[in-house]
Design a protein around this ligand. Structure first.
Ligand SMILES: [Zn+2]
Ligand SMILES: [Zn+2]
Length: 453
């Protein structure tokens, strides 16, 4: 294979020009088509995933161009963001490939270059012309490096500069500017005067930025699943993510809180019981895991920590009973405080004292040994919600005498914080047999005259 320096015409690599674009331009300028072996080497270099042939292919590319560029080596050999977000699903948008290409017809028309920045994940638009990068010719064929004709023409001979690009959406433009604000994206001269100054919290480091996006993308999928389990449109990441990323991280927390409220809007009580496969549980787990993910940007993690605190994912009874996210925190705190003072004043004096000095922790240890029973959790949540209601109504202790006497023996709980008391009550219910829990539910319902005696 002939090295490029031995060709009569030797175009110089332009600032911000892509590797594939430069090589294509070189062969075209000499009236040749790119040799199949060069295509094959580039395909391996561009391809995502661990390819054992990558080092050899890179050598071939370096020999042909006679010029090993550090920016290419970093992008295609080091691949700094390929491994990002492996723990989160839907990472197809991070993959790269040589088989197809995207162009801005206006840019190609103006300077005849294929730009490296068009090859970065989440760049779907030309930021200069505010148009969507074109992937198909009007003849219907997809643009590919192998079928491209000299002078930037489609296989049908139509110049790519004549293609018409659609107008980019605000979301796509926002997404592209976020990516372009990161370090290490080679910009051509034409882009030098652009400023990407919307917001200041995006990470400069591209790998971190992609990790943030992957996390939000995972969240979005769970939110969609949570709110509409069936219909789930598959859309390109930038369009799907635009509005969420636009509110990320600052305004993201209320957006998510609102979505959770929508999902659980029919549940009125303080606590909600969740099934293990419930999408809300998955969502809460995703949030928690993400708040510990140190590959994310600091801004992302601090926002997540706030988010977790604001929707208060404190969990009871093996994480199966959670605070109803549709309630404001202040409302919850009020309800808890009222429950605690009512319980200690009215109910606790009637409950049989425990002589085993069982602590909450000890009760929970007992519970861990019990076989799984799905049906008990909604009943536990129901009892605790009814108690909150009884406390709110200031129900006279006398009305709950039978209930109190049936309650499992317990220690003096007056020293506990309201939230600790709730943990204790939930743990006690969880340690009781399902039949006993059912009985307690009946008694409290009767006291509140929910069912005829
Ligand atoms: Zn353009
Ligand atoms: Zn065509």
């Amino acid at each position: 294979m002939l090295e490029m320096v031995k060709f009569p015409v030797r175009p110089a690599r332009q600032l911000g020009e892509s590797l594939a674009g430069f090589i294509a331009r070189h062969y075209a300028a000499n009236g040749h088509t790119t040799p199949a072996a060069v295509h094959a080497a580039l395909a391996i270099v561009y391809q995502s995933g661990d390819n054992p042939m990558r080092a050899t292919a890179w050598q071939t590319v370096c020999t042909i161009t006679g010029d090993a560029r550090e920016e290419d080596r970093r992008r295609w050999i080091e691949r700094p963001f390929d491994g990002a977000n492996a723990r989160f699903y839907r990472k197809a948008w991070l993959r790269s490939s040589y088989s197809t290409l995207k162009i801005c017809p206006e840019c190609v028309g103006a300077h005849g270059l294929h730009l490296a920045l068009w090859e970065f994940p989440l760049i779907e638009v030309c930021i200069l012309h505010k148009s969507v990068l074109v992937e198909y010719c009007v003849c219907g064929s997809r643009l590919t490096w192998r079928k491209l004709l000299a002078g930037w023409k489609c296989r049908c001979k139509l110049p790519l500069a004549d293609l018409v690009a659609a107008k980019a959406s605000i979301a796509q433009i926002a997404m592209a500017s976020d990516v372009l604000r990161s370090e290490g994206i080679p910009l051509p001269e034409s882009h030098r005067n652009l400023h990407f100054a919307n917001g200041t919290t995006r990470p400069k480091d591209l790998a971190t930025h992609y990790e943030d996006v992957a996390m939000v993308l995972g969240l979005r999928a769970l939110i969609v699943q949570t709110n509409a389990p069936r219909a789930m449109p598959v859309r390109p990441p930038a369009r799907a993510m635009g509005s969420l990323m636009a509110s990320w991280p600052g305004r993201f927390e209320p957006v998510l809180a609102r979505l959770l409220r929508f999902k659980l809007r029919r549940k009125a009580g303080l606590l909600v019981a969740l099934q293990l496969d419930d999408s809300v549980i998955k969502l809460l787990m995703h949030l928690r895991a993400a708040s510990y993910n140190n590959l994310l940007s600091d801004a992302a993690r601090s926002c997540l920590t706030q988010l977790v605190a604001s929707i208060d994912t404190r969990m009871y009874a093996d994480a199966r009973v959670v605070f109803n996210p549709s309630l404001e925190i202040a409302t919850r705190e009020q309800q808890l405080a009222r429950l605690a003072s009512w319980w200690c004043g009215s109910i606790a004096p009637m409950v049989e004292p425990s002589h085993s000095a069982l602590t909450t922790a000890a009760v929970q240890t007992q519970v861990a040994l019990r076989p799984e029973d799905q049906t008990v959790y909604p009943t536990i949540a129901k009892i605790l919600n009814l108690l909150v209601e009884a406390a709110h109504a200031g129900l006279p202790a006398e009305r709950l005498r039978r209930f109190a006497m049936a309650w499992p023996p317990m220690d003096d709980v007056r020293h506990l914080e309201p939230s600790e008391l709730l943990v204790h009550l939930a743990a006690q219910l969880q340690a009781a047999t399902p039949a006993h829990v059912g009985f307690l539910a009946e008694l409290v319902e009767q006291s509140l005259q929910r069912v005829p005696k």
